[in-house]
Design a binder for this molecule. Structure first.
Ligand code: GLC
Ligand code: CA
Length: 551
């Protein structure tokens, strides 16, 4: 019997569109749907299968759109519902599926439900977590939890009670024990599925259910929450009760044809815990963040790949590889400093990595090699906008320009995530490097002066650019890797990770000396120009078993 043809989402390369910084169609300095529509040919030419669009709903932007005021409409700065539908239709016509971002852990404090709660409407507070304070007159928060962005996870309202927000005060957590909350979100999913949307990335998918009674954490240090460092047993995260919600969501998705899919953002303590979200009646895929936290060391890469594949296989899900996103330091910069032996735990300490100056040339070289490893692995891969241009983290933004709530909430100690969210450079012309199709207001975050050289226009004409490397890799991935089967490691030395899949090989050298390549294979693609015979440090190659002599 012929093997079953995998569904598109099992092998897809998904491009993450951070809408605010992708392309600005009306010159107000903020990316929007019109800009995205203009740039669809670029995305189609890149060779991706789908896009994931960060939240585009009406929002006061306390957290760049992750504070949603209305889940069934479009933020006016981004466009209209009609434009959104036109985008979905045009993307489909270009062969690109569209995933949205659903934010179910919390709403905006401007959402009608939260306003009703503050206004004291009967029953309205049950949809959130309101509690009396502790101590005399209830002046202490109800428990010791800290917000992910810093400071207490509780804010006091006029009548003296407190509400829970694991993130910014403008993001009150919903109470998922409330039946109205559950029904509302199933309806929101159907609203967008009815409009042809192919699926959702689920924001903070491990957070919606809290330990009953909202107990203090067992030790005080645990009260400080970090997304990236998720500990087992924390009362705010990865509670077993969350899975029932996803069974409900899966049955909503199952009503639709073609298939509608989910991808979970769940920062949990292990791939085993993550696999629980991927049981056959729950979600389709979930980001495996260990690749994004892995230092540039072959033995760590091998271990991360093996663990991710093994855990996903226990539930029959495809592994899901991600090198960066809008919450973490850009790949180039992560690899531009000395590398630890273990998974990186200090991502939120951006820019203060032991005070070391970044070597961006080195970081770019490694990021290009990492991309070839990512795209040769089985399963599905996410590319964050700008990764295909090898953009670096902008670590020296003026303080006055910073927008991430992390900056203020941490008492101005954590610079936050703005440095990976800078508007994209499309051409070499200032101002805005083509980000705005008509010149107008300054970009919402300032772009660095040297980004003309990294623009799409500049990289287009350079055959050795990272953009052209991605284009070639995405094209070749279809023939070499997409349906190629399991990873078989080759024993070729401690500083090399090399594997074979279906007769092709991927090699990456994280050491500091050249490594000989097999003579019977030819180089299908290399992450650096001029590779032949040996694999230089910080370089990856794809090798193809053909009879042609390797040149
Ligand atoms: C997720 C998002 C992040 C946001 C947070 C709160 O981690 O990726 O950007 O700040 O959730 O919604
Ligand atoms: Ca705009």
């Amino acid at each position: 019997m012929a093997a079953e043809v995998p569904s598109w989402w099992q092998t897809a390369v998904v491009y993450q569109v951070y809408i605010r910084s992708f392309a600005d169609g009306n010159g107000d300095g903020i990316g929007d749907i019109a800009g995205m529509r203009d740039r669809l040919p670029y995305l189609a030419g890149l060779g991706i299968d789908a896009i994931w669009i960060n939240p585009w709903y009406p929002s006061p932007m306390a957290d760049a759109g992750y504070d949603v005021a209305d889940y069934r409409d479009i933020e006016p700065a981004y466009g209209t519902l009609d434009e959104a539908q036109a985008l979905v239709a045009e993307a489909h016509a270009a062969g690109i599926r569209v995933l949205l971002d659903i934010v179910p852990n919390h709403t905006s404090d401007q959402h009608a439900w939260f306003r009703a709660a503050l206004a004291g409407e009967p029953g309205a507070r049950q949809r959130y977590h309101f509690r009396p304070g502790r101590g005399e007159d209830g002046v202490q928060p109800p428990n010791n939890w800290q917000s992910v962005f810093g400071g207490p996870a509780w804010t006091r309202v006029a009548d003296g009670s407190w509400y829970l927000h694991l993130f910014a005060p403008g993001q009150p957590d919903l109470n998922w024990d409330n039946g109205e909350v559950r029904a509302e979100f199933e309806d929101i999913l159907a609203f967008w599925f009815d409009r042809g949307v192919d699926g959702f990335r689920i924001d903070v998918a491990h957070g919606m259910v809290k330990e009953p009674g909202l107990p203090d954490t067992r030790d005080a240090a645990e009260a400080v929450q970090s997304l990236v460092q998720s500990r087992a047993g924390h009362p705010a995260w990865d509670q077993d009760g969350v899975h029932e919600i996803y069974r409900g969501w899966r049955s909503v998705a199952n009503r639709y044809r073609p298939e509608r899919i989910f991808i979970a953002e769940a920062w949990v303590s292990s791939n085993e815990r993550l696999a629980r979200y991927l049981r056959p009646d729950e979600l389709h895929t979930a980001f495996q963040f260990d690749f994004l936290r892995a230092p540039w060391r072959a033995q760590v890469l091998r271990a991360v790949v093996d663990d991710a594949i093994a855990a996903a296989a226990t539930v029959g899900a495809p592994p899901t590889w991600v090198l960066s996103n809008h919450d973490v330091t850009r790949t180039v910069t992560r690899f531009a400093r000395s590398q630890p032996e273990h998974l990186i735990e200090t991502d939120w300490e951006r820019g203060r990595w032991a005070g070391e100056d970044p070597d961006h040339v080195l970081g770019r070289r490694r990021a290009r090699a990492a991309a070839l490893v990512q795209l040769a692995l089985p399963g599905t891969a996410y590319v964050y906008q700008g990764e295909e241009l090898a953009l670096e983290e902008i670590e020296d933004l003026p303080d006055a320009a910073r927008q991430d709530p992390t900056w203020a909430q941490s008492g101005f100690t954590d610079v936050g995530r703005d440095g990976c969210r800078i508007p994209l450079p499309w051409n070499e012309t200032e101002p805005s490097y083509g980000f705005a199709t008509e010149s107008g207001a300054a970009t919402w975050l300032p772009q660095p002066a040297h980004w003309a050289q990294h623009s799409v226009q500049a990289q287009d004409r350079d055959p050795d650019s990272t953009l052209n490397l991605y284009r070639a890799a995405l094209r070749l991935r279809r023939s070499l890797w997409r349906d190629a089967g399991d990873v078989k490691w080759l024993a070729v030395g401690a500083d090399v990770a090399a594997f074979e899949r279906g007769g092709s090989q991927c090699w990456v050298n994280t050491g500091d000396s050249d490594v000989p390549l097999p003579e019977v294979m030819s180089i299908a693609l290399a992450s650096a120009p001029g590779v032949r015979g040996v694999l230089p440090p910080d370089t990856a190659v794809w090798l193809r078993a053909d009879e042609a002599p390797s040149m």
